[in-house]
Write a protein that binds this ligand. Structure first.
Ligand code: HEM
Length: 213
């Protein structure tokens, strides 16, 4: 019953944090190309910090135990907080276009697909639609969409994370590392779950225990 206001609170909090961060960048670097680019870089990183636990939360529980349960429990809220930050990011993109500095076509294609994935997952996560789709289709939509968004982040963060000034490395290396570790966690968790299922299956090959009917 409390879930609705709690979700709104997460979304409003993330949206406000993104606005403050973008505002700070625009005040510091000006409202031209430099300031808007800095605001885009900052909101992208803030969004990533919400996206990452939504992506890897349940894998962390499977691998490291119940200490990470809050990440799994708040997965939907974290995902919707990411969408809120993304909305501010997209407003900055619109601003960039309005001042005649629109990004190239490839940026629109790469990230545009990410935006479609993000909003599609958010929309389909609504109870009624999710039920209508069935658990299999919902699982597939989430796996494909979340992995594509991670791929879009990784393409950007892996842009020479070890070259340039110390500032450049600080801005890229931690995020690039997290973008690489996240899918490894997902794969490791999937292997652990499969192993667990096999061990506890009554049809385990070479199992000496009798399956009694
Ligand atoms: C899920 C969707 C999106 C993700 C994951 C994402 C990710 C990112 C990341 C990681 C950065 C930081 C770049 C850096 O610091 O080098 C960034 C900046 C930027 N993004 Fe997005 N973005 C998304 C949506 C979009 C869309 C739809 C556009 C517009 C076509 C866009 C245009 C830009 C631009 C122009 C920058 C600034 C690049 C620069 O000047 O360094 N983004 N985005």
């Amino acid at each position: 019953m409390q879930s609705q206001p709690k979700t709104s609170l997460w979304m409003a909090g993330a949206f406000s944090a993104a606005i403050c961060l973008a505002g700070a960048m625009l005040v510091t670097f000006g409202t031209g190309l430099e300031g808007i680019s800095a605001a885009l870089a900052a909101t992208a990183r803030l969004g990533f910090m919400f996206f990452l636990p939504a992506y890897a939360g349940s894998s962390m529980v499977a691998l490291f135990g119940p200490a990470f349960l809050p990440l799994k429990r708040y997965g939907r809220e974290l995902g919707l907080a990411f969408i809120s930050v993304l909305t501010v990011h997209l407003s900055l993109v619109t601003w960039l276009c309005l001042i005649g500095e629109a990004p190239g076509r490839s940026t629109f294609i790469l990230f545009g697909i990410g935006v479609i994935c993000a909003y599609a997952i958010a929309l389909l996560s609504l109870g009624g639609l999710r039920k209508a789709m069935g658990p299999g289709v919902w699982w597939l939509v989430r796996v494909l969409g979340m992995n594509y968004i991670l791929y879009a982040f990784a393409i950007d963060f892996l842009n020479s994370p070890l070259h340039g000034s110390a500032w450049h490395i600080a801005l890229y290396l931690p995020f690039a590392s997290l973008a690489l570790v996240a899918p490894v966690l997902r794969i490791a968790a999937a292997i652990r779950r499969a192993d667990h299922l096999l061990r506890h299956s009554p049809y385990r090959p070479n199992d000496r225990r009798k399956v009694t009917s």
